[in-house]
Design a protein. Structure first.
Length: 341
């Protein structure tokens, strides 16, 4: 994964799947809760959308392998997040609340068979494995082309390359003034929360994703929204990684996008002279499992090594996706089953 800032909270990500060699280009923005332009899905929309799609795809795959015909499959996933403490004072810490997974399906099997099938499917989901366990990420830092120590974090030794050196030119925003572009909000759209940089209290919210599998194409559709009054983004994924990104591409890219957003917030609040921060993230998903992420941050500007080190630590502490990977997340699963006629 490579993430490069475009200005404001807009960013571009390139995700290369080493299994197929395919590279997907994804764009990201933040909504009204951070005074973003809402021109693309937010980081956590990709993250929770990928979690939802991976669960849905694994259920369909497990049923197919067991010879169970599912006539209809709908899955709803919600994930709670929060933040405690002042962002401006450098005291903010991301919080992660429980995850819910509601499975609604129609098939010609009895309840025990269906319950066992869902349990097996969740056990094969790499995204579920990622949030079920505690996986401390690994980090490295380059400042103005020089390796810089990180503190209070596990150190990565992966030789990851600066995207600005790897590609012929750095990306530019679609609009130079994204705030002037009409935002495609539904009528009366309101953010569920407002994330103030100087808030000393605790703010919490939940993200909801619903959708299902198209048995004719094998594609999964995930509708992601923060509240009933907020805009909805639709992500289409392909477990075969052909017609659309694999669900785990969305999941991993959401993590990288979220880290980059938190980093940019600190750069803005502290008025640090950082030019176009970018990062590279190595994500590994062994069969039915997850390994800690390797993240390398590349900074350029007139900032000290101490400030650069502080940025990495602060972003890691406030990145909701990274936080969700470093603590076991409680999972609440419900199954609604109707037998085929």
């Amino acid at each position: 994964m490579e993430v490069m800032g475009l200005g404001g909270f807009q960013k571009e990500g390139l995700a290369r799947d080493v299994r197929s060699g395919r590279t997907w280009r994804l764009v990201c923005d933040e909504g009204a809760y951070l005074n973003g332009a809402n021109m693309a899905p937010a980081p956590l929309a990709y993250w929770v959308g990928g979690l939802h799609a991976d669960i849905t795809a694994r259920i369909a795959e497990t049923a197919r392998e067991a010879g169970v015909v599912i006539d209809d499959l709908a899955v709803t996933v919600t994930q709670g997040f929060g933040v405690q403490g002042s962002f401006a004072k450098g005291q903010a810490v991301a919080q992660v609340h429980h995850m819910t997974c509601d499975v609604d399906l129609i098939c010609d099997q009895d309840d025990p068979t269906v319950n066992n099938l869902i349990e097996q499917a969740l056990g094969t989901s790499s995204a579920v494995a990622a949030v079920a366990g505690a996986h401390e990420g690994l980090f490295s830092l380059s400042t103005n082309g020089r390796a810089t120590p990180v503190s209070n974090l596990l150190v990565s030794t992966e030789p990851l390359e600066d995207p600005f050196l790897k590609h012929t030119h750095h990306p530019e925003p679609v609009e130079t003034r994204p705030e002037a572009v009409p935002v495609p909000h539904p009528a009366g759209d309101k953010p569920p929360v407002m994330l103030s940089d100087d808030n000393d209290g605790t703010v919490s919210w939940r993200i909801r994703t619903d959708g299902g599998l198209d048995p004719a194409t094998g594609l999964v559709t995930s509708h992601v929204w923060f509240s009933e009054k907020s805009a909805t983004w639709t992500l289409v994924s392909d477990p075969a990684n052909q017609a659309a990104p694999d669900p785990l591409v969305y999941f991993a890219m959401g993590t990288a996008f979220c880290f980059h957003t938190q980093l940019c917030r600190y750069v803005s609040v502290r008025r640090l002279p950082v030019d176009a921060p970018r990062l590279v993230q190595l994500s590994r998903f062994p069969a039915s499992g997850f390994e800690p992420l390797d993240t390398c941050l590349f900074l350029h500007g007139r900032l000290s090594g101490e400030d650069a080190t502080m940025l990495v630590s602060a972003a890691a502490n406030t990145c909701y996706a990274h936080r969700a990977l470093t603590v076991p997340v409680e999972q609440r699963v419900s199954i609604t089953h109707k037998r085929s006629r």
